[in-house]
Design a binder for this molecule. Structure first.
Ligand code: BTN
Length: 237
């Protein structure tokens, strides 16, 4: 699309209109792009904004794993396009941010609806190609700043291919062990002191031990307790 409010909304609307799923919608710009935890997502022309509609992708207990699928699809896409752009670190910040040289270059927003008989998931992905927001809580970057000029359309085609590959490996959740291993291979902050801003609670510090078999972050706090965390914004010291 040239423009829409949000590609996630477009996908969920398509589900209401009986779309059979496995539908990608991408837009050159969004007028009301949504970020995590109610934040907005700046969505001007030049950047990638796309969502994949999945219907009944897995049993309910595996749904949260889609965060890691999306993050790995973006990571693999960026690894491909940045291969000749000099030495870059492409890292993952729990649960689904992708970082290039330790700065955030993409975001994922999973939304669902239960208005139809099936579980409908919009897997929304934004990648900063030509521009990035300034003064964000976590520093941001773009492919342009990293020395790569690519259109959002070209990048989208690659992303769709990598997403299909990762979804196939995941195999509706039965392949999550391999996905988890791949994610951990590229995780930033592992075994290091991190801070997590928990939703509706203050920040908490501790050592990022690992992610468990469901994708929860395991944080060892100062009193040697292990907390199992399902959501939050991670910061590195
Ligand atoms: C984040 O805050 O990190 C998540 C950002 C997700 C942005 C993408 S852009 C495509 C899709 N449509 C939206 O409105 N949001 C997601």
């Amino acid at each position: 699309m040239d423009e829409c409010e949000s590609t996630n909304t477009e996908c969920l609307n398509a589900a209401y209109d009986s779309d059979p799923g496995n539908l990608w919608i991408s837009a050159l710009s969004q007028t009301a792009g949504r970020g995590s935890r109610g934040r907005s997502w700046t969505s001007s022309t030049g950047n990638l904004h796309a969502s994949l509609l999945l219907l009944d992708p897995c049993e309910k207990q595996h749904l949260a794993e889609l965060s890691f699928i999306a993050a790995l699809a973006v990571r693999n896409t960026l690894a491909e396009v940045l291969a000749d752009a000099g030495d870059k670190t492409i890292g993952l910040k729990w649960p689904n941010d992708v970082l290039v040289n330790h700065k955030k270059i993409s975001g994922v927003l999973l939304e669902s609806t239960s208005k139809t008989d099936s579980m409908c998931i919009a897997m929304g992905i934004g990648i900063n190609c030509s521009q990035h927001p300034e003064n964000t809580l976590f520093p941001a970057t773009s492919l342009a700043v990293q020395g790569l000029s690519i259109t959002s359309q070209e990048l989208f085609l690659k992303l769709a291919g990598h997403a299909a590959d990762v979804l196939c490996q995941w195999n509706r959740g039965t392949g999550f062990t391999r996905i988890r291993d791949n994610w951990l291979e590229h995780a930033e902050g592992l075994k290091r002191q991190i801070k997590i801003n928990l939703p509706n609670r203050g920040p908490i510090n501790g050592i990022f031990e690992t992610i468990d078999e469901r994708g929860y972050l395991l944080l060892r706090t100062a009193n040697n307790e292990t907390m199992r965390i399902s959501a939050g914004d991670v910061f590195f010291d």
